[in-house]
Write a protein of this length. Structure first.
Length: 216
């Protein structure tokens, strides 16, 4: 996957990894270029700041995390020259090496209320949540608690819109939190999309679906 010049909002994702903010929320339109850049930023932040440390990549299912996060991450042109990445399917662990640093990224699925038990017990320095609005609150909060023993953990959340009554919207977006950065993405924020692609995508939806998938 070739990363072209980053948009302004994609650059804001990259600047988050050097900031004092603890949480980053990227939401908005589908195909708006937030997920891959956030995944890259998460791994680069981890490798810049830690060694022999555990991190978590969470999707609705492990298979979703492999598809949406792992595969695009490992296909980014040039990233392999800086980082050595290997994934073991049997343990669901991505091992990343950079120079003399090695860190482990565990993949978890948060599909239902019982999923929080899967992530109990592990100590993490940071967590990436892909499509956090599809995960139960119990799983997300258990994952967050796994990093409280680190002085400067970071949490990366991405999602597409759900109901205005959704717990994540009410607790994390509607009520601004200290040390939390929120970036709202539109189709125009993805430099890979041409004006023709954007126009064609916008024409696919109307009404509430336009509001959700295009306006985010």
């Amino acid at each position: 996957m070739q990363i072209k010049a980053l948009s302004e909002k994609q650059r804001a994702i990259m600047s988050f990894i050097g900031s004092d903010d603890m949480a980053l929320i990227c939401d908005g339109a589908v195909r708006s270029g937030k997920t891959t850049i956030m995944s890259m930023a998460f791994v680069l932040w981890a490798m810049q700041n830690y060694n022999h440390t555990n991190f978590a990549i969470c999707g609705k299912t492990v298979q979703a995390a492999e598809r949406n996060i792992l595969r695009p991450l490992m296909e980014i042109d040039g990233l392999g020259a800086a980082l050595s990445m290997s994934y073991k399917v049997s343990t669901r662990v991505l091992t990343v090496r950079c120079g003399d640093k090695t860190n482990l990224f565990y993949l978890f699925g948060g599909k239902d209320e019982s999923s929080y038990m899967l992530i109990q017990g592990i100590t993490l320095a940071g967590v990436l949540f892909d499509e956090v609005a599809l995960m139960p609150r119990s799983f997300v909060e258990q994952a967050l608690s796994r990093a409280i023993s680190f002085e400067r953990p970071k949490y990366f959340f991405n999602c597409n819109p759900e109901s205005p009554n959704h717990w994540f919207y009410q607790e994390w977006i509607k009520k601004p939190r200290k040390n939390t950065k929120h970036i709202h993405f539109l189709l125009e924020d993805n430099p890979i999309l041409t004006p023709r692609m954007i126009e064609r995508t916008e024409a696919m939806y109307s009404g509430v679906f336009y509001d959700r998938y295009i306006r985010g």
